[in-house]
Design a binder for this molecule. Structure first.
Ligand SMILES: [Zn+2]
Length: 426
């Protein structure tokens, strides 16, 4: 039987944080066998799409696809010890509207202006609360931890892409568009397994976190379930400093606190297999780079033209992924059966255009691992844990967006006087 959220009151759920598509609350009510130690993750909807009271309710709604995707696909790739427990929970419109009203006080104004809880949903996701309780929790969005396979790069892109990682190039484009970015952070440092480089990555993330007052979202810190909102005033970091008594005793300067914070995370990051697993999955699933995938897509359409005796040169190649249907869970299962048994033996330098759909699915799955977050949870008592979250499946239509963005990122980076050398940052 599915749990029902109306068993507990909306005011017992405390706002934790939100991303672009969902908003998270943690259970802070009286002891409850199902809700203790859990967070509720709800889908959001843009204001201009917000339902009116006339919007009909859906009687039967399937479980949120995240749950099935994690349980049947992701768990075959990442050990369950490093994943949150996910469960479906039934929600109800009046209950969600009340929660929405309560949450508005806590939500950042810029988010509140944009979107709200989708109150027409009948089901939501209940997950392990990784940030609450008597603990320090650190959320890192590590991003792309590899350099692309060079087999399918062109003379115009190979020199750039084999030296500068995707994140560092993308930062340059974002900055050119006026976005706040963290130039000193290179994911290859974080993923390196080398203490000096991991330390440098953490310091860069911390500097950007404080320097941007938390606006750069590659790092988030939660103390006792509340997100720490940094500023250059040392008192803003008080909730974090409490976890490092030494810094408090010695009149915490920002740099001392930063040193303690980084020192606490290093052994966790060097000791966990999670980063290695993520970068291996990202790289293995993205075997062709988006350039190789686009070339294979074009070749597949041209060879289809030959079969109907048309001139392949005259074929208009549709945008990458156009016309592919959204994979079902059964499609993903079948994909993984091949990926886990045959992928390592396939010749990715000379991919067969008959496998174009396989490579498209592989790329889509790699994107989930490029875009997820990890949560390092350090309880006051008990062992620390490292958990991967936000492993949603990406829609097929993203493929053409990614192809365009890749070209734009490389074009913007081409010819800059001092390109970052991400390989040799030692
Ligand atoms: Zn880099």
């Amino acid at each position: 039987m599915t749990l029902n959220i109306t068993a507990v009151q909306p005011e017992h759920w405390k706002y934790v944080s939100e991303g672009g598509a969902s908003i998270v609350f943690s259970y802070q009510g009286p002891p409850h066998p199902h809700f203790d130690g859990t967070v509720l993750r709800l889908r959001k909807i843009p204001y201009n799409n917000a339902p009116t009271s006339a919007t009909p309710e859906v009687a039967e709604e399937p479980d949120d696809p995240t749950i099935q995707f994690q349980q049947q696909i992701i768990q075959r790739l990442i050990p369950v010890a490093h994943l949150p427990r996910l469960e479906s929970v039934e929600v109800q419109r009046e209950w969600l509207e009340e929660l929405q009203r309560l949450a508005d006080v806590e939500r950042p104004a810029e988010r509140r202006a944009k979107d709200r809880i989708d109150v027409c949903r009948r089901k939501a996701v209940l997950a392990t609360d990784l940030v609450g309780g008597n603990a320090l929790a650190v959320e890192i969005k590590p991003k792309w931890g590899f350099l692309p396979s060079t087999a399918h790069l062109t003379a115009a892109t190979l020199p750039i892409k084999s030296m500068t990682c995707r994140y560092c190039m993308h930062s340059y484009l974002k900055a050119a568009k006026g976005e706040e970015v963290c130039f000193d952070y290179c994911p290859l440092d974080l993923y390196s397994g080398d203490e000096i480089r991991v330390r440098r990555a953490l310091n860069a993330l911390f500097d950007a976190w404080v320097g941007s007052s938390g606006a750069i979202n590659n790092l988030r810190v939660f103390a006792e379930g509340t997100m720490v909102k940094p500023s250059l005033r040392p008192s803003s970091l008080g909730p974090l400093a409490k976890h490092f008594p030494r810094s408090v005793a010695e009149e915490a300067t920002l740099s001392k606190l930063q040193g303690d914070f980084v020192a606490a995370l290093i052994p966790l990051l060097l000791g966990t297999p999670v980063l290695r697993i993520l970068s291996t999955l990202q790289r293995t699933l993205d075997a062709l780079d988006i350039e190789g995938l686009s070339a294979l897509w074009a070749a597949a359409h041209q060879s289809a033209a030959v079969q109907v005796a048309a001139d392949p040169a005259s074929v208009a190649v549709p945008p990458l992924g156009a016309g592919l249907t959204e994979p079902t869970i059964a499609d993903w299962q079948a994909f993984l059966d091949i990926f886990l048994t045959k992928h390592a033996q396939m010749d990715h330098d000379h991919p067969d255009s008959a496998n174009v759909k396989y490579y498209c699915m592989a790329y889509i799955l790699s994107a989930s691992f490029k875009d997820c977050s990890i949560i390092l949870r350090i309880p006051q008592d008990g062992p620390a844990t490292v958990t991967v979250i936000d492993l949603d499946v990406k829609p097929v239509e993203k493929l053409s967006t990614w192809a365009k963005l890749d070209a734009q990122i490389v074009d913007e980076y081409r010819g800059i006087p001092e390109p970052a050398n991400c390989v040799a940052r030692l």
